[in-house]
Design a protein around this ligand. Structure first.
Ligand SMILES: *Cc1c(COP(=O)(O)O)cnc(C)c1O
Length: 360
């Protein structure tokens, strides 16, 4: 899948790894900004296992403020943040209800072998669970399984970066509250959702008991995620992180980049969304062979089924043109815009798709 044109990695900090190729595989490819490198070099450090690393502590405080929660915890990845949240909320032999295409269900449910929980998938539309099916699952009538947690996701990765409406989140919360069930939000791309809705991130997070946020996607930090919630939840999360081996020592080296990401990188995500819309529109303008989604945020899904070629063929042809993407099954591609994709790269990607279209 890797293009033959991918050159050696650049030593310049703010440049994408392979300047000659347009890498639309993921916003996780974003490299630290020069300001992040400066903060990394000057960050006060301590041992986060023996008390606190001061930079990680500052990041956790900034994250709690941004997300409108009492406290936050810095973890190595958003996957671990979601796992720790599940362990905080749900006991063994309890059900964890997730939207059927959510990342926690499709990519992370193997964690059930450790948590002892039962992931239950509820079908949804554009990332929003079917509320009637959720109601049926919450009142299973005669089942001995109780529900320990409901998980939501925004932006919804597999639904093409869609943002479930706040009203949907409120409806889920009301149902959960009625049964005393906690709600966790996988907010890996929460700041993209906030930009799309035009509201502060804390307004979205207010609808849930706990929320995770990935710092290493469009926010461009090299690694790390936050989990925010009540002081009691975060205290428990801190001890679970230790048990999982996720407590790191001079972790301020990484947290410094996260601090810069929270302070400066959220506001520019709208640029990625505008470029994704332009990319989708440009691909739809190439004729009936390609059908691209109209993205709400930074993920474009391209249906290839009318083009006569499958995703593997498209990936090869695009790579030969210097464009990298990822397959979503045999007939779809996923394209993600991010800080290293400028207007010129969008136009060049559209031209590359045009050049790869089979003649009709
Ligand atoms: C990427 C992603 C994750 C996992 O994040 P990592 O930091 O890579 O572990 C979880 N949920 C969603 C929706 C994601 O897109």
């Amino acid at each position: 899948m890797q293009s033959g044109r991918s050159g050696p990695h650049s030593d310049r900090p703010d440049v994408a790894p392979a300047e000659s190729c347009i890498d639309l595989r993921s916003d996780t490819l974003t490299r630290p900004t020069p300001a992040m490198y400066t903060r990394i070099a000057t960050a006060p450090l301590g041992d986060d296992g023996l008390g606190h690393d001061p930079t990680a502590k500052a990041l956790e405080e900034a994250g709690a403020r941004l997300l409108g929660k009492a406290a936050a915890l810095y973890l190595p990845s958003c996957t671990m943040a979601n796992l720790v949240a599940t362990l905080c909320h749900a006991g063994r032999q309890e059900q964890v209800i997730l939207e059927a295409q959510s990342h926690m269900y499709t990519a992370e449910r193997g964690a059930a072998t450790f948590t002892g929980t039962f992931p239950l998938a509820i079908a949804g539309t554009d990332g929003a669970m079917d509320l009637q099916r959720l109601a049926d699952a919450l009142r299973p009538g005669g089942s001995s399984l109780s529900t320990g947690m409901i998980g939501l996701e925004t932006t919804h990765n597999n639904a093409g970066g869609t943002v479930p409406p706040l009203d949907h989140m409120r409806a889920v919360r009301a149902m959960a509250l009625a049964d005393g069930i906690p709600v966790h939000l996988d907010g890996a791309r929460l700041l993209n959702a906030a930009v799309h809705l035009g509201v502060p991130a804390c307004m979205i997070a207010a609808e849930v008991d706990s929320v995770s946020l990935c710092l290493s996607k469009g926010l461009s930090a090299p690694m790390g995620a936050l989990l925010a919630g009540s002081a009691a939840l975060v205290a428990r999360a801190r001890s679970l992180r230790k048990m999982l081996g996720g407590t790191q020592r001079q972790v301020g080296i990484a947290a410094a980049a996260g601090l810069e990401a929270l302070a400066t990188m959220g506001d520019r995500l709208g640029e990625d969304h505008a470029r994704a819309r332009r990319l989708g529109a440009g691909l739809n303008g190439l004729g009936p062979g390609l059908s691209a989604s109209v993205p709400q945020t930074n993920i474009v899904q391209v249906d290839l089924s009318q083009s006569g070629c499958d995703s593997a063929t498209w990936l090869d042809r695009l790579a030969a043109q210097g464009v990298l993407a990822r397959p979503l099954g045999p007939w779809k591609l996923r394209l993600v815009t991010h800080r290293h994709i400028d207007d010129g790269a969008v136009e060049a990607a559209i031209r590359a798709f045009g050049a790869c279209l089979p003649p009709r």
